[in-house]
Design a protein around this ligand. Structure first.
Ligand SMILES: [Zn+2]
Length: 415
């Protein structure tokens, strides 16, 4: 590395360490920010010589990044931004802290994908999904797909691993201008991870016609855009690889959505030459990811934490949660987005018949929504009140970002 980059990298590590020592978080944002101030090309310098995978999408990227790191770890040491600091400052800090590693797997905020592609020149990019998120500040989803597509057109040498079940992702991963529309471009490997949420992809991003669905298939009624044949598929409790071999996947993470994340991780690792048969057992070592899916026993209750940040992830959480008493907690602080109107995009009907408790800064917004949705509920002021209100046994907790962190805090950060 050039001298300036070495100094910037060293200062970045020191700043992150100071921040940790001062109890101000893990320091990955401030350290990277200072490093980039000293050398704006620091991320590119730190990326040089590493084989890198980027993981982006609205939902599932933290978990998929963790699973992919575990899978690529078959080959050697892997640098990763495991605390979810997913902007360039976080990537810079993660690479500076890791020192020299042959591999890196980086979670990337979907807004920053173009910039991080440019800086890191990755070997492979995984595109998971696109759906509405944080209405007051995130880009509209079709616009995000357009940005992804424009970025990938500038990097045709990058291998793409993309979700065949999400029309916006398929369109973003498919080069424009080809009359046949090249639904199976040679540099793209498709996986099928399922898509429970369809409300951002009824309209074709290419031509504006309606998208129709039947079972797992989807197609545009006005142009050739349709679901490509996936190479990697979730089947039963395992994953089918492109050769047709089936691998049993035993995860410590719940739900079909995480089997999809596992399929993605195996597909990305395969781009580095990792055989699924070698990687699959390593996926089982991933337990909770930054507290998500963590289980804690307290006062005879087995509490499980599910993070749900936007409508698509709420639907996935309902699918993962057992038929047990369920606490919902909603805040609308800065990291959550200030607008709670997304509550009306979520159908809470799957909760009917369960004991539902609500809490959080914006519990009353949730109360109105549940009332309209005909879901009975009880309001509790604190997490401890919730614990006292449910019988011994499982308590599912579904919370958005800062509400989740608050509850983690009440559980003494045991997770
Ligand atoms: Zn179309």
């Amino acid at each position: 590395m050039p001298l300036r980059a070495k100094v910037a990298s060293s200062v970045s590590r020191t700043a992150a360490a100071l921040s940790r020592a001062a109890g101000r978080g893990d320091g990955s944002v401030i350290g990277g920010w200072i490093g980039l101030k000293i050398d704006p090309d620091l991320l590119a310098h730190l990326s040089a010589g590493r084989a890198i995978a980027l993981v982006s999408g609205t939902n599932g990227k933290t978990t998929t990044t963790r699973l992919t790191s575990a899978a690529v770890g078959v080959l050697g040491r892997v640098a990763t931004n495991s605390f979810g600091a997913n902007m360039p400052s976080g990537h810079t800090s993660a690479l500076a802290k890791a020192g020299s590693t042959p591999y890196a797997v980086l979670e990337v905020d979907e807004h920053y994908l173009a910039q991080v592609l440019e800086a890191t020149e990755p070997h492979v990019v995984a595109l998971l999904n696109l759906s509405r998120d944080q209405l007051d500040r995130a880009k509209e989803v079709a616009m995000m797909a357009q940005l992804w597509r424009a970025a990938l057109v500038r990097h045709t040498d990058v291998r793409v691993v993309a979700n065949a079940d999400d029309p916006l992702v398929v369109w973003a991963a498919t080069p424009p201008g080809d009359p046949a529309r090249g639904i199976n471009p040679p540099h793209v490997t498709w996986f099928s991870a399922g898509q429970r949420w369809h409300d951002d992809s009824w309209v074709c991003p290419e031509c504006g016609s309606t998208i129709q669905r039947s079972g797992e298939q989807w197609w545009c009624t006005g142009c050739p855009l349709r679901r490509p044949e996936p190479h990697w598929v979730v089947e039963d409790e395992g994953v089918l690889d492109p050769t047709g071999a089936w691998h049993k996947v035993s995860l410590q993470l719940p739900g079909k959505v995480n089997l999809g994340n596992a399929a993605t991780a195996l597909a990305v690792a395969a781009e580095f030459g990792v055989r699924p048969v070698d990687a699959v057992s390593r996926l089982g070592i991933v337990t909770s990811v930054a507290g998500r899916y963590a289980q804690v026993d307290k006062d005879g209750r087995n509490i499980r934490l599910l993070l749900a940040k936007n409508p698509a992830s709420w639907l996935e959480a309902f699918d993962m949660a057992d038929e047990a008493p369920t606490l919902l907690s909603i805040n609308a602080r800065d990291p959550d987005g200030l607008d709670t109107s997304w509550l009306y995009d979520v159908d809470f009907a799957p909760l009917r018949g369960r004991q539902v408790l609500i809490t959080g800064d914006r519990a009353y917004d949730l109360a109105v929504r549940l009332d309209v949705n005909d879901v009975p509920f009880q309001h509790v002021r604190t997490f401890d009140d919730a614990l006292r209100s449910v019988p011994p046994g499982r308590l599912e907790v579904i919370a958005n970002y800062t509400a989740f962190q608050d509850i983690r805090g009440e559980l003494d950060r045991v997770i």
